[in-house]
Design a protein around this ligand. Structure first.
Ligand code: SF4
Length: 144
């Protein structure tokens, strides 16, 4: 199966802080083979630099803590991630939990106080709207 994967989960240093979110269990799955992982970073695809200011969803918009509106970059990144998923024929995605791009089902609440609320990141939302089920680094075993 071809699976779209958040690049930061594979150890790529594309996280807003300049670091990564390497997930040993996911890397083990990659090394075991049997599935093809397609790494993507929607925020980088959207034209944002690394490192970059953290941002959170506020309704339909995505804002940094100082109020800079980065919605257009997040949407562009989501469109490119979807394009990649279609190009490679991905049936599912494993994306970083809680991210304003990649999170599915739970995200930060837009106050930058580390509070989580029900909701999805911009990319996870777009992928699911296009029939690609999104897992995260905690529940991906269900798809592999
Ligand atoms: Fe990781 Fe997604 Fe954030 Fe990129 S946009 S750093 S892939 S969580």
């Amino acid at each position: 199966m071809k699976i779209l994967v958040s690049a930061c989960l594979l150890g790529i240093a594309c996280k807003y802080s300049g670091g990564d979110n390497a997930c040993p269990a996911l890397l083990d799955a990659l090394r075991r083979g049997g599935h093809e992982f397609i790494p993507v970073c929607p925020e980088v695809y959207g034209g944002l630099p690394t490192p970059r200011p953290p941002a959170e969803r506020v309704g339909s918009r995505v804002l940094t803590a100082d109020g800079t509106d980065v919605t257009a970059q997040y949407r562009r990144g989501a469109e490119i991630a979807l394009q990649m998923a279609k190009l490679y024929g991905c049936e599912a995605a494993v994306l970083k939990a809680n991210s304003p791009s990649c999170g599915r089902g739970v995200i930060y609440d837009g106050t930058f106080c580390h509070r989580k609320v029900p909701g999805s990141g911009v990319t996870a939302e777009l992928l699911e709207a296009n029939g690609i089920h999104v897992y995260n680094e905690e529940n991906f075993a269900a798809v592999l």
